[in-house]
Design a protein around this ligand. Structure first.
Ligand code: BEZ
Length: 186
């Protein structure tokens, strides 16, 4: 797979005739939406777990010293809490470029915390993408995050802001809160 996934994403979904599409956010999209949206609702998806297993060369790190950002890993029985946005299809033109370092759009059912379900899209960096790093001991992941900086800022801030946003949602996440604890001890 190529490093730049933006052109691949363009051919993955047909938005013709659609006024809006639901997007599920599980990372920075929970606390930062740099695009217009029509609705924003806490939501969750089943069968996926959030992991700091994707390398970041263009946002929270550099090609020489990649940071670590989130992707989703299939995990039967897991529930991943996040934020859903109803957006105009044109928003994906922006997000496809922003998330070009290995992320592909996938369809997913999502459940709103206050009730109801919708089908929508989620960006996932699969294991076969060139920037995928995979798992490592929490102490090593936290150390890499502590040391990394990129055009979007410190990798440390990404983890701390995510942990704060998950607490605000009332979400449990052992992986994220465990890494946060390591980071704060460094
Ligand atoms: C998100 O916050 O859902 C997100 C994570 C990685 C890439 C794109 C979006």
């Amino acid at each position: 797979m190529t490093l730049d996934t933006s052109s691949l994403n363009k051919s993955r979904h047909d938005f013709s005739g659609r006024d809006s599409v639901w997007l599920f956010g599980y990372g920075s999209l929970i606390f930062k939406a740099d695009f217009p949206y029509l609705e924003r609702r806490p939501a969750s998806i089943r069968g996926w777990a959030r992991r700091f297993w994707q390398g970041s060369h263009d946002h929270r790190g550099t090609p020489e010293a990649p940071g670590r950002v989130l992707t989703l890993i299939e995990s039967p029985g897991a529930v991943c809490a996040g934020m859903a946005y109803r957006v105009a299809p044109a928003v994906f033109d922006h997000l496809d470029v922003r998330e070009k370092n290995g992320y592909l759009r996938f369809s997913t059912p999502m459940a709103f915390t206050d009730g109801g379900h919708e089908e929508g899209l989620v960006y996932i960096a699969t294991e076969d993408n060139a920037a995928f790093l995979g798992g490592a001991p929490d102490a090593d992941i936290a150390a890499q995050i502590a040391a990394s900086h990129g055009p979007s800022g410190a990798n440390r801030d990404y983890l701390l802001e995510l942990a704060a946003a998950l607490r605000e949602l009332g979400a449990e996440d052992e992986h994220v809160f465990g890494l946060e604890a390591y980071l704060l001890r460094l």
